[in-house]
Ligand binder design. Structure first.
Ligand code: ADP
Length: 487
């Protein structure tokens, strides 16, 4: 079988290389986190498949690069239109594959997927320029040249969303692409490949290799003929990829994990603070940006905790396809066990678990109850390590200095949330926080023109607007002399 029928749509389970479907020697089984149902035997890519895809992308590169932003843009706009026409299919197959809420996929994620493609195509046409620098009569012209083959390695928590953050700017910059989606979530990448074909993107410009990270992913990232690696995933995997990239000095862009703080200052609107804190359970906590360490000023801690408990109690856990579900299942048994391991070890150490703390036995399967640990031991793994599940830790502080020390006291620096009723106070805190993105009295809103990425161990590089092109393109400075001209 080379296709699997999901939500009434035939999804091809083979690689997409040079505009063709290519079978692998081996396959692996993909299942739904909702109920374990079968979602296809997908190609399990190996080094030969990776090589074939890179060679195809390399062969397609000159034509795509020479096409220029305007003509590439026409094809990418068509692709964005096709995504918009297929939002219902994309939303449903993504939910079946990764268990995230259907309502979010429909209303937020998939429209944004189309936007990721449209935005970067438009940016390359209309925004990607720099005013010339003049030096002693010489003119320095900055340009962004296509770099070659970009290998994109993506995770399972927001599969098509995170893939298109990379695909959009890479293709708009004139690079060709080999995407390796996460092994647990191959469906939307396959459907997306068909859309690129329909949009008229030339064969070889966009390729997908399915399979495991340590096999297909390792072969792609170690390939000597690629020009860029963009990776979103965990810190340990990033280290392995950095080693693979080092041999060829391939530039990397990494968006990694976090253990972000959500700081509730004493002047905060506590209703808003509690709402924002409960939002950290979104996507069953499988969000790298989540503010999983809730730091509250001691003077408002009790009132905040009460409001939080009321709001958290109202969360409905269940089938992610139901409109009123707030929290769905975890992605996979392996990941579920990892989350449970963190919580079980915290229990063994006597942690004060005031909410949740284990599997939701009413639902069974991969449903883990939203969990809150109060006053965990400083330095314990529940407050230092990324759990990537619905597990929050709440701690108190007595002044701004202590709040900052706690907020910045991890090896990460991806995001932070600050809740305050006083602009100057909020600014005093945000000025000193180490994080790529800080939300003040809000969460998750982001303009694609703005930079996105992590400090410290949370990443290397920034996405968004021109920052994305600075990575995918070869940035060039051409200096024109005032002398030597024949006119
Ligand atoms: P998680 O552990 O949460 O699945 P990973 O960072 O391991 O997160 O996975 C993110 C992506 O990285 C997936 O597409 C996965 O297949 C890929 N990956 C894992 N290991 C490697 C590797 N050694 N080389 C390249 N890619 C890898």
């Amino acid at each position: 079988m080379t296709t699997v029928n999901v939500f009434g749509v035939d999804i091809d389970t083979r690689h997409y290389i040079n505009g063709q479907r290519v079978a692998a020697k081996d396959t692996y089984k993909n299942t739904s986190p909702i109920d374990g149902s079968f979602l296809g035997e997908f190609a399990r890519g190996d080094a030969a498949d990776a090589d074939l895809a890179v060679k195809a992308a390399k062969a397609a590169f000159p034509e795509w690069a020479n096409m220029g932003p305007q003509k590439r843009g026409e094809l990418l706009f068509k692709l964005a239109d096709l995504i918009e026409e297929n939002i219902e299919v994309l939303a449903n197959i993504e939910t079946l594959d990764n268990g995230s809420l259907l309502r979010s996929h429909r209303r937020g994620v998939m429209p944004r997927v189309a936007m990721n493609i449209r935005f970067f195509a438009d940016w390359a046409i209309n925004q990607l320029h720099h005013e010339p620098f003049e030096t002693r009569g010489h003119t320095n012209n900055v340009s962004w040249d296509p770099s070659g083959v970009a290998v994109l390695i993506t995770p399972w928590n927001a599969p098509l969303m995170l893939a298109t953050w990379k695909i959009g700017p890479a293709l708009a910059a004139g690079d060709t692409v080999v995407l390796k989606p996460a092994e647990w979530t191959p469906l939307t990448a396959s459907f997306f490949a068909d859309l690129t074909k329909k949009a008229g993107i030339p064969d070889g410009v966009f390729n997908v290799v399915f399979g495991f990270g340590r096999e297909a992913g390792a072969a792609l990232t170690a390939h000597p003929e690629i020009s860029r690696i963009s990776f979103t995933g965990s810190v340990p995997t990033a280290k392995i990829i950095a080693h693979a990239a080092a041999d060829n000095l391939t530039p990397v862009s990494f968006e990694l994990g976090g253990k972000s703080p959500l700081v509730v200052l004493e002047d905060a609107d506590l209703d808003l603070a509690a709402t924002l804190a409960v939002e950290q359970y979104d996507n069953a906590g499988q969000v790298c940006l989540s503010g999983t360490r809730i730091l509250v000023h001691e003077s408002v801690a009790d009132e905040f905790a009460q409001k939080f408990a009321e709001k958290a109690a109202a969360l409905k856990q269940g089938d992610p396809r139901d409109e009123d579900t707030d929290i769905g299942p975890q992605i996979h048994q392996v990941h579920f066990d990892r989350i449970k391991g963190f919580v079980d070890r915290a229990k063994d150490e006597g942690a004060n678990i005031v909410m949740g703390g284990g599997p939701n036995s009413d639902l069974g399967g991969l449903y883990f109850k939203p969990t809150l640990v109060k006053d965990p031991t400083p330095g314990s793994e529940i407050v230092t390590q990324e759990i990537f599940g619905p597990v929050l830790a709440m701690q108190t502080f007595s002044n701004d200095e202590q709040a900052l020390e706690m907020a910045n006291g991890t090896e990460f620096g991806l995001a932070a949330v600050v809740v305050s009723g006083d602009r100057e106070h909020a600014k005093k805190i945000t000025d000193k926080l180490v994080a790529g993105t800080i939300w003040v009295n809000c969460f998750f809103v982001r303009d694609l023109r703005a930079p996105f990425g992590g400090s410290r161990k949370s990443g290397i590089g920034r996405d968004g607007g021109t920052w994305s092109f600075d990575f995918y393109a070869d940035v060039k400075n051409t200096v024109f002399s005032p002398n030597g001209w024949k006119e």
